[in-house]
Design a protein around this ligand. Structure first.
Ligand SMILES: NC(=O)c1ccc[n+]([C@@H]2O[C@H](COP(=O)([O-])OP(=O)(O)OC[C@H]3O[C@@H](n4cnc5c(N)ncnc54)[C@H](OP(=O)(O)O)[C@@H]3O)[C@@H](O)[C@H]2O)c1
Length: 237
């Protein structure tokens, strides 16, 4: 799909990766609808992106997700692209996974993107097509100690996405996933059981060589929207 003038709803827009994707797609001429809970941060981001709008909400609340999609359609008349980027991490051995925390992770990382897909599909069908791009993680191809809680939500997202891709091909709705390796954001800190810097930083504080920049991810997202490929792994900058 061409990017210029397309209406794109992105979740997790206030985050490290979401804000880089929003800026890059905005630079390429997309009309960006930015969502997360932090309205102040979103407004700051929106001031840097021409033709963007802010609709804040908590995606673990079904009524907020519904309002976000409805308001986007009211404002712009359509949704060409949905990018599901909001998520949280979790670091704990399987034996110690806090079940309450895991349930809330499933709500944000799996149920919310699924609900948003269900909300945009009828609109995309009316329009004659669309693109849904779900941000997964390279951890969903691996079995890394202490990452299973988080990775399992991304395994679920992969299955939902690539199955929906087959189901929706007849409607010209393209569903894709992107699996980045570790990215240089505060993702690991935004969780009660955080262990962020062991993954990103060397003991001297420098960023480890395998860590991706948010700009690398943003460029790959734009390429994936254009190509419509099913899945892309990002291993290096
Ligand atoms: N960073 C990495 O190493 C890495 C690697 C591979 C994949 N990923 C994936 O990339 C995506 C973005 O990660 P990131 O590194 O940019 O993380 P981040 O900086 O922590 O951003 C997370 C985003 O999710 C939003 N969010 C959290 N809870 C929410 C809720 N209840 N309702 C609505 N929005 C909510 C946050 O906004 P508010 O707090 O304003 O609501 C924020 O915009 C995630 O899907 C993650 O799994 C990250």
């Amino acid at each position: 799909m061409e990017i210029k003038d397309k209406v794109m709803l992105i979740t997790g827009a206030s985050g490290g990766i979401g804000s880089a994707i929003s800026k890059h797609l905005g630079d390429l001429g997309a009309k960006m609808v930015l969502t997360s809970r932090d309205q102040k941060e979103l407004k700051k981001l929106s001031s840097e992106i021409p033709n963007s709008a802010v609709i804040s909400g908590d995606l673990t609340q079904a009524k907020d997700a519904k309002r976000i999609v409805e308001t986007t359609v009211e404002k712009f008349g359509r949704i060409d692209v949905l990018i599901n980027c909001a998520a949280r991490a979790m670091f704990a051995q399987v034996e110690q996974v806090n079940l309450e925390e895991y349930r809330s992770l499933l709500e944000l990382n799996v149920v919310a993107p699924l609900q948003l897909m269900q909300l945009v599909i009828p609109q995309m069908r009316i329009q004659g097509g669309g693109t849904i791009l779900n941000i997964s993680s390279l951890s969903s191809k691996k079995y890394i100690p202490k990452i299973a809680g988080y990775a399992s939500t991304k395994y679920a997202l992969n299955a939902l996405s690539l199955t929906a891709r087959q189901e929706l091909a007849k409607d010209d709705i393209v569903v894709s996933i992107i699996r980045p390796n570790i990215v240089d954001t505060d993702f690991g800190r935004h969780t009660p059981s955080s262990e962020p810097d062991a993954l990103r930083h060397a003991s001297d504080g420098s960023v480890l060589p395998h860590v991706l920049t948010t700009e690398t991810v943003a460029k790959k997202v734009a390429e994936l929207i254009q190509s419509g490929e099913p899945e892309v792994d990002i291993l290096e900058n």
